[in-house]
Ligand binder design. Structure first.
Ligand code: DX5
Ligand code: ZN
Length: 220
């Protein structure tokens, strides 16, 4: 059965203090650290890449859950593997023709492959990746348009989560965008077990309370 993973999105952290922000989230009960890698092309924002993952890796053993919002994810596989990334989740919209090669290369670098879908992308586009001989191990259902933290959760995306959970009882299903105390129950009851949360955690006076609330909702 699937286990709960609460993954604070470090996009909402103080990037000038990434190591201490990461330690703080782990102390508060985070399971994974969600790292949003954007190239200013697939999405209209630019964040961080392999050099920063490599720097952070020197300060923590935590699972670094990398979400690749980039046009050419294949170019990032080797640098991120060498930098110490743990999960590598690419967008299906960028990789319709080469996902088999991508998955194979991600695994060869010792990372765990995942696939993400933008809100406008039908869930059926990832079935073949989950059912492949060499499959992805996580599906990330975006619940906002990728690019920025602090946007509003799209509840209509829960149909995708329900469909995936029904088909794949032991798949890691991640949700990302607008998750917090007021939206977690919808995601949890639909079947999501990996929860990304940026502004709701970092913006809270007591982030540990938000992390435990998210966990309790998934586990109830
Ligand atoms: C958006 C990113 C998210 C973002 C979530 O493109 O993929 O990970 O940081 O932030 P919140 O939780 O504030 O919506
Ligand atoms: Zn993300």
């Amino acid at each position: 059965s699937v286990t709960t993973k609460i993954a604070p999105s470090m996009l909402s952290s103080d990037f000038a203090n990434l190591a201490s922000e990461s330690h703080r989230m782990l102390t508060f009960g985070a399971d994974w650290l969600h790292m949003d890698i954007m190239d200013g092309h697939f999405v209209p924002n630019l964040t961080l890449g392999a050099p920063i993952i490599e720097s952070l890796r020197k300060h923590t053993k935590a699972y670094l859950d990398c979400h690749l919002m980039v046009t050419n994810p294949l170019d990032y596989v080797e640098p991120l593997g060498k930098a110490g990334a743990s999960g590598f989740t690419f967008h299906i919209e960028t990789s319709k023709d080469n996902w088999e090669e991508l998955i194979q290369r991600i695994k060869a670098q010792g990372m765990r492959p995942g696939v993400a879908l933008k809100p406008g992308t039908p869930v059926g586009e990832v079935y073949s990746l989950v059912e492949a001989e060499n499959p992805v191990e996580l599906v990330l259902v975006m619940t906002v348009e990728p690019g920025f933290g602090g946007q509003k959760f799209m509840p209509e995306m829960m149909d995708k989560v329900r469909t995936l959970r029904k088909k794949y009882p032991s798949l890691d299903i991640e949700v990302d965008g607008g998750l917090g105390p007021s939206t977690i129950d919808a995601a949890a009851s639909a079947g999501a077990n990996c929860i990304v949360a940026g502004s709701s955690v970092f913006g809270a006076p007591e982030p540990a309370q938000v992390i435990s609330l998210l966990r309790n909702s998934v586990e109830k």
